[in-house]
Design a protein around this ligand. Sequence first.
Ligand code: UDP
Length: 407
Amino acid sequence: MNRRIVTIDDYEKHVGAETIARIKRKAEAVKDLRVVNINSTYYGGGVSVLLGSMTVLMNGLGIETGWRTIHGPPDFFSVTKKMHNALQAGEMNWSERKQEIYEYVNYENAIINHLTHDIVIVHDPQPLPLINHYRKIGPWIWRCHIDLEQPQGDLWSYLTRFVDQYDAVILSNEAYAQKVNTPQVFFMPAIDPFSIVNCDMDDAACEERLRHYSIPTDLPLIVQVSRFDRWKDPEGVIEAFKIARKEVPCRLVLLGNVATDDPEGPEVYDSLLSNESDEIIIMSQQDGALVNALQRKAAVVMQKSIREGFGLTVSEAMWKGTPVIGGNVGGIKLQIEDGVNGFLVNSVEEAASKLVTLLQHPERYEEVAVNAKETVREKFLLSRYVEQYLDLFNSFETAFKLKMPHK
Ligand code: UDP
């Protein structure tokens, strides 16, 4: 095997020796803690991408960090997807039946998970009620990745009975802050520059991936890489492309996948297929190198979401020096400064007109691409995210008298 496990030292070339030394000092202070993360999918979506890289880095820093995924029948994931939608300002009728499924499946998962760790980190609403079933021996953290700018009131007030039992809540954006008793901290997610999706890839390798999937490169490529989810507004991307295409030759590639905890994905994918043509390619492939190649070869990457907790795909494309047009919402606004390192749009028409300008005058935007990469280096690499977790773990030291080996 040629691939090596990534450690924090690998980040030195991007963030400098001083930062790495500081992170190691902070890790030393909480070394030998046993930490576990729990979410609801091992594949598909940013949370699993983050956990995959993050847990390995933490272990390399001497913190025994595990990752569990809760299990449940399709009805459970149907309820939790509706819940996800309602927390992102969608509509939902929160019934007793849904509540029963939600709480019962969490109870089952509590029985089989044996969480005896010093710190437990629960991701998103699916496993939130697990906390009801344990006697805490250390802090429990709820890490919510969703855009919580306008959660549905009834649902949110039901969920606070669980949230209030946690010792800290991590949200991606200060704009998502809620009225809860638990202290809230704000960490933006970040990307792993060494993953298959983000690692260096030369032009020949990118061309090879595109050829493998018969994606022609004779026209400039507009690309959106996203789970098939209405919040990512794939229909809006297609509409914007069709308008722009009237003025400038180009081709659209929508590459998507479906998370194991998202039962709506296949339906969204099917609903898009009638748009397929020579110039609109809609693909569902599980291939990280293809994501990497498309984000590099694109003339423009779009992430025209209507709601977006963070949107790792934005930083992924910016890291590759590709101009990004993003929806002016949630976490995308945290990554893109309009006109400086990318572009923010509020409508299909605005997206189309921005596409046309970018395709007609790419030379005007070279600086934007340079700024994009530098923004990610400064703010959105995983070393920063790891350090924020370490700060949080260290802050629990006095409150919980965690078993600190050096004390
Ligand atoms: N992704 C992928 N293949 C796909 C679509 C998405 O590997 O076909 C990856 C993408 O590169 C990113 C993650 O899945 O790392 C999606 O995270 P993001 O935060 O953008 O959105 P989420 O799905 O969590 O809403």
